[in-house]
Write a protein that binds this ligand. Structure first.
Ligand code: AMP
Ligand code: ZN
Length: 451
């Protein structure tokens, strides 16, 4: 079945065509390991996981590379602040990052690559750029000559008409879209960097953040990848500069599809460490919100829509997930996947990863009275290959007895259905649900499940 993805390059939803039939190569910009990731970061990592799972659902083999940024301005600053070697910092936060992936049921990428283990590839790439005259040496580092690059900034739709060709340089890895500058590929050794430097033909120093990803992506996946992803904030300058470096070096398209996830905001402001408004997985735990409830909540919005954090909506999502898990556990095993539902599910997933519709379909199936409970269960567990909500994991001991008054409402609803009084039956269902129970119809009858 065809897969459609919104591509930032064209600004449109496009039919996905892999470079190699049946195989998809993806590169995700991973975490900078100088602090525990916040749940905004994990929003982007969950998006990556959903993309991978959707391709696997479509029987693709997935070659999924994520990097760990373990040397850059932020990691070095942190190691100076704490007066401990860089490795102590990066190993500590890499471990925490991986634990977070596991809690959120994010599958470990097929390869995780660390910047510090690819320095030679970065140096080689800078040498190619230097030999092709795209890179030049300045007093504090080696820089990319931006005005030599055709279509520089097309991913971010930069308007360069007012920029002038100033040849101004910027040593920082992050800067403003209004001022596209020549940017640093390599930063010469400085007193602040202490012993963090490597030898290179163009001078001792360390890589800039952008060259790290170009080098690692091409080393692992070749000059052209199918898909490259990240949060929307990476479009400029990071991904813009990755394209500039990679394509100037190889003369080939670097990535065919660029997928960018929208921000998670809090009080309508981007969640970011610099804004002091971050929430971490541990904070959720203190509020009794499980990481998988967070995952479920995110799936109720499209990955290209902003989501604004609130504990209220998260608690509501958690209630929904618990219901779903309990319903699945109440159904018997041994059923078969319902083809009609599977096809509709796949159509939603393949339509630019429409998880909100796919989740709504799961609920529609639960309410659909024309299929057996066992077949419903088989279908829901099939959907869960993409959802990643561990729907099969409900401990049966969690069940509560259904109180007599709720059972009475259920019997009244059955009676109303027999009498074809649909309005009354719906009203009774609403009443049962308002009291925290879920009604599920199957040909074998109705079940009521406690939340
Ligand atoms: P960093 O560790 O800062 O390099 O960020 C890791 C990933 O998280 C990147 O892909 C960012 O685009 C993404 N990211 C950062 N803040 C947010 C946010 N508030 N919402 C969604 N994604 C974010
Ligand atoms: Zn990157």
């Amino acid at each position: 079945m065809d897969i459609y993805l919104h591509n930032t390059l064209s600004g449109e939803k496009e039919l996905f065509k892999p470079i190699k039939k049946g195989l998809v190569s993806m590169y995700h910009c991973g975490p900078t390991v100088y602090d525990t990731p916040h749940i905004g970061n994990y929003r982007t990592f969950i998006m990556n996981d959903l993309i991978r799972r959707a391709f696997e659902y479509n029987q693709y083999e997935v070659n999924q590379v994520m990097n760990i940024t373990d040397v850059d301005d932020k990691t070095i600053n942190k190691s100076r602040e704490e007066k401990v070697p860089l490795k102590n910092i990066t190993q500590r936060y890499e471990k925490l990052f991986l634990e977070g992936l596991d809690c959120l049921n994010i599958l470990r990428p097929t390869s995780l690559v660390r910047a510090t283990e690819h320095i030679a590839d970065m140096i080689r790439l800078i040498e190619i750029l230097r030999d092709k005259d795209f890179a030049y040496r300045a007093e504090d580092g080696v820089y990319m000559r931006v005005d030599k690059i055709k279509n520089y900034g097309s991913l971010a739709r930069l308007d360069l008409s007012h920029a002038g060709q100033t040849h101004e340089r910027i040593a920082n890895d992050e800067y403003d879209k209004e001022k596209p500058h020549d940017f640093a590929l390599w930063k010469f050794k400085s007193p602040e960097d202490g012993d963090i430097f490597w030898n290179a033909s163009f001078g001792q120093g360390r890589p800039g953040w952008h060259i790290e990803c170009s080098a690692m992506a091409m080393k692992e996946l070749g000059p052209t990848l199918d898909i490259h992803t990240g949060g929307i904030d990476l479009v400029f300058p990071h991904h813009t500069n990755e394209i500039a470096q990679s394509e100037s070096a190889t003369g080939k398209t670097f990535a065919r599809y660029w997928i960018h996830g929208a921000f998670m905001t809090i009080n309508r402001e981007k969640m970011a460490k610099s804004k002091n408004n971050v929430i971490k997985l541990d904070d959720l735990k203190k509020e009794s919100i499980s990481p998988l409830s967070y995952r479920y909540w995110l799936m109720t919005a499209h990955h290209r829509s902003l989501v604004d954090f609130s504990y209220n909506t998260l608690h509501a999502a958690q209630t929904g997930l618990i219901r779903l898990i309990k319903i699945v556990a109440s159904y018997p095993d041994g059923g078969t996947i319902i083809p009609d539902y599977q096809q509709r599910f796949q159509t939603f997933i393949n339509d630019d990863l429409d998880l909100p519709q796919a989740l709504a379909l799961a609920w529609e199936l639960i309410k659909d009275g024309s299929y057996s409970a066992a077949d419903k269960k088989a279908s829901l567990l099939d959907f869960d290959r993409v959802f990643g909500l561990k729907l099969a994991s409900a401990p049966r001991a969690e069940y509560q007895d259904i109180p007599a008054e709720i059972q009475a409402l259920g019997s009244a609803r059955q009676q109303a259905r027999l009498e074809k009084d649909w309005a009354k039956a719906d009203a009774l269902r609403a009443e049962i649900e308002a009291r925290g129970f879920v009604v599920s119809d199957t040909p074998e009858g109705m079940t009521i499940i406690a939340v």
